[in-house]
Design a protein around this ligand. Structure first.
Ligand code: NDP
Length: 330
């Protein structure tokens, strides 16, 4: 396992990490979660990602129990939470000072830790002034409940606004983003965020590197039973897969798969290695419902060197979606 700095901070995060969205509580019970987290930790993973929204807090309850039972040193791992989708009541959602504080306290309790290493605003909240959220996050940091705070799926403009406010009032600025990034979803990460990385030194923990499993190639010949696309509540994902755009993506995955055979790696490994090639990525957050999946994707870290410029050119030829680099000379 390699470790990368989280942006310009001193925190060294494993380039592959493990998240709990969809899986923990829904597909993966406590024993399975313990097995997956142990497999990851033993392979050098030091970051476990979570959110108040995941399984309505139950993903954090499971992760917290694993962290307690394994007894790993608190100084040996990084754990996150995210605030935005708490309960249904008006005060239980969004990024108001009240909810940011209540959600942090609740996450600490569920996870059974004294502090969160990383705390993200899961989405921007147009109904709360950014200054209120920046102050609320700053206070949590001053109280020692959070070490680093960041955003998830905020526009570059919103991130710069939060930075400007932090600078003006001498508050702690956000230092990291959690955006979606994968072979199909590149525009924001590679183009819109260019200045966020170069000027603000942001770190990035990226999500859905397999586009919810599509980039593993397993949907190339239909929808396997027990896969994410068959889960109740995720019909929208299946709808996306079955749309004309989704079918076009599958055609590309079939093309990419031919290349993986020449390279001696699986489709999932190539998709993860593609993300790792981007130096603005601090950590690729993996998801897994089964240990075999994780054993496969964790190996991607050893395969990145096979992705040379020639291979990347072939991939670009298949994907046909390379964003225009805003820093490129005219
Ligand atoms: P992926 O796109 O990598 O999808 C993971 C899923 O793909 C697995 O649960 C499994 O699904 C399938 N899979 C994984 N490995 C393999 C394999 N080797 N072969 C076949 N199938 C495989 O990542 P996620 O969408 O799960 O996102 C990862 C993490 O990112 C989340 O857990 C969460 O922590 C974070 N996240 C953050 C978001 C945000 O808004 N900030 C949003 C979404 C995620 P199955 O077995 O069920 O088919």
């Amino acid at each position: 396992m390699q470790y990368r700095r989280l942006g310009k901070s001193g925190l060294k995060v494993s380039e592959l990490s493990l998240g709990s969205w969809v899986t923990f509580h829904n597909q993966v019970d406590y024993d399975k979660a313990k097995n997956l987290m142990t497999l990851a930790y033993d392979a050098g993973v030091n970051f476990f990602d979570n959110a108040e929204a995941y399984a309505s807090g139950q993903a954090e309850v499971i992760m917290g129990k694993v962290l307690r039972d394994t007894n790993w040193g608190r100084d040996s791992y990084i754990v996150s939470s995210k605030v935005f989708w708490g309960g249904q009541k008006a005060t239980q959602r969004g990024l108001s000072r009240k909810h940011v504080r209540d959600a942090c306290d609740a996450a600490l309790k569920r996870l059974g830790v004294d502090y969160l290493d990383l705390y993200y605003c899961h989405r921007p909240d147009p109904t709360t002034p950014v200054e209120e959220t920046v102050r609320a996050m700053h206070e949590l940091i001053m109280q020692g409940k959070v070490l680093y705070w960041g955003t998830s799926e905020w526009s570059a403009q919103q991130i710069f606004e939060a930075h400007g406010i932090a600078r003006e009032f001498h508050l702690t600025p956000p230092t990291m983003e959690q955006p979606q990034y994968n072979m199909f979803h590149r525009e924001r990460f590679e183009a819109e965020y260019a200045r966020v990385f170069s000027e603000l030194g942001y770190g990035a923990t990226i999500w859905s590197p397999l586009a919810s499993g599509i980039l593993s190639g397993k949907y190339n010949v239909g929808i396997p039973p027990e896969s994410r696309m068959t889960l109740k509540g995720y019909e929208w994902l299946r709808g996306e897969l079955e749309s004309p755009e989704g079918q076009m993506r599958l055609m590309k995955v079939r093309e990419l798969e031919k290349l993986t055979r020449e390279l001696g790696m699986s489709m999932a490994q190539m998709a993860i290695a593609f993300c790792l090639k981007n130096r603005n990525v601090s950590s690729v957050i993996l998801g897994a419902s089964r240990p075999e999946q994780l054993m496969e994707t964790l190996k991607a870290t050893e395969l990145v060197t096979r992705m040379d410029d020639k291979v990347l050119d072939v991939i670009e030829g298949i994907l046909q979606n390379k964003p225009i680099d805003p820093n490129a000379p005219m």
